[in-house]
Design a protein around this ligand. Structure first.
Ligand code: ATP
Ligand code: MG
Length: 390
């Protein structure tokens, strides 16, 4: 297969334009890996010998995405292409970002700073693969292997440990033995990665074809900063089928055990979304409804977002039944509040009720209708209004 045949025209045009101006330019990294695997790349990266200001001067529409790191986004026909100058990363002191980057002149030097062999390949426009670290062999062997010494590469940048697990889950690959040893060796060491860098890796792992790889975030100790009393073994096992993001996050929190709050806040920045998850966590697993009636009561008491989070939690942990039940219940558009009752407050007033009697009667009627939804008709409800108030 000639992978370059599958390059989008915009990427080809971007590289040709740089080459015509006298620079080297190659599609590189994740997009080459995905083309070789027959997958659709998420984004397109080009590496080049041109310096960032030279890239900016060559294209009419550019975005200065990360000039200090050599990255300019070139926009061609509305499509973004990340163009990064060949670079090497000097000294890491904090295990999160290189202290400085140094622009270099050779593609091979650039490929050597990349995390995994499968991500350290470039392509020429005529279809030749530039693969100094034998990434194609690792694609065939279905393994994630570091460029260079795994422990050193993880020590430089702790995010690579999260990425190793993420790629195993996405590609259904194994970890090469040095990678696995380095993960378990370094995983428990304190790291200061900010949650916003970890979050996409954790979410991509949860939404991957093999989400059970998520358990390695616990067993290696990588989540220790957010789950301080983690005994390094998840309490329950994630479904081995793909999850949606919400279900995955919900299940991850169940795995975090007794004190999921720090993890909850690290993974979900939006406070509004935290509330239903917190409620669902307090209900799981004892109070997961098993029948329609219990779902209706739970919906009336806690609302739809909590019910959905609870069903998602059960599904992600291998129990699809509660979610199916919830969908069935919702399909019948059940009466879940006083406003949905077939007798309005005005009808009750016309029956002679006043003041707090109305609220009390509505409570009684709603409790009955949650048990027996077929009774939500004016005639049936009239019979249920307590005698002394009729
Ligand atoms: P995805 O399909 O999710 O985009 P990707 O491999 O393309 O995966 P990106 O985050 O887009 O990942 O990064 C592009 C490339 O940059 C990677 O393929 C890899 O070569 C390099 N890279 C990214 N993050 C790191 C890192 N932390 N350390 C070393 N190289 C990295
Ligand atoms: Mg990418």
């Amino acid at each position: 297969m000639n992978a370059s045949n599958f390059l989008p025209l915009t990427v080809v045009r971007c590289c040709c334009h740089l080459q015509q101006a006298g620079f080297e330019a190659y599609p590189v990294g994740g997009c080459v890996r995905d083309l070789l695997l027959g997958r659709v790349p998420q984004d397109w990266d080009v590496c080049t010998s041109a310096l960032p200001h030279q890239v900016q001067a060559l294209f009419p529409r550019t975005i200065p995405t990360g000039l200090a790191y050599g990255t300019v986004t070139v926009v061609l026909d509305g499509a973004p292409i990340e163009v990064t100058t060949f670079r090497q990363e000097a000294q890491y002191h904090d295990g999160r970002r290189p202290d400085t980057v140094r622009f270099v002149s050779s593609l091979e030097q650039d490929l050597s700073r990349r995390d995994f062999t499968i991500n350290a390949m470039a392509l020429t426009l005529d279809g030749q693969l530039i693969d100094p670290f034998r990434g194609r062999d690792d694609l065939q062997a279905k393994q994630v292997r570091c460029v260079g010494d795994a422990a050193q590469r993880f020590h430089e940048d702790r995010l690579r440990m999260f990425r190793a697990i993420r790629f195993s889950a996405q590609l259904e690959f194994q970890l090469e033995s040095d990678v696995s040893a380095a993960l378990f060796g370094l995983g428990k060491e304190p790291h200061s990665l900010p949650p916003e860098r970890i979050r996409p890796e954790v979410e991509k792992t949860l939404c991957a074809p093999a989400p059970h790889w998520t358990s390695l975030f616990f067993s290696t100790g990588l989540l220790l900063p957010y789950v301080p009393n983690l005994d390094c073994a998840p309490l329950c096992t994630l479904s081995s089928r793909p999850l949606d993001r919400w279900a995955g996050l919900a299940a991850l929190l169940v795995q975090a055990g007794a004190n999921p709050q720090p993890l909850l806040h690290a993974l979900i920045p939006d406070r509004k979304k935290i509330i239903p998850l917190e409620r669902a966590l307090s209900l799981y697993p004892q109070n997961v409804p098993r029948d329609d009636q219990s779902w209706r009561h739970l919906l009336a008491c806690h609302g739809l977002p909590t019910a959905q989070a609870l069903a998602a939690m059960a599904q992600a942990l291998g129990d699809a039944q509660p979610g199916q039940r919830l969908s069935q219940v919702l399909a019948h558009a059940p009466c879940l509040s006083a406003q949905d009752l077939a007798l309005s407050g005005r009808d009750l007033m016309a029956m002679g009720l006043s003041g707090p009697e109305i609220g009390r009667a509505q409570k009684i009627l709603l409790a009955h209708v949650l048990d027996c939804p077929e009774d939500n008709t004016p005639t049936a409800l009239r019979r249920l209004v307590p005698d002394h108030t009729k």
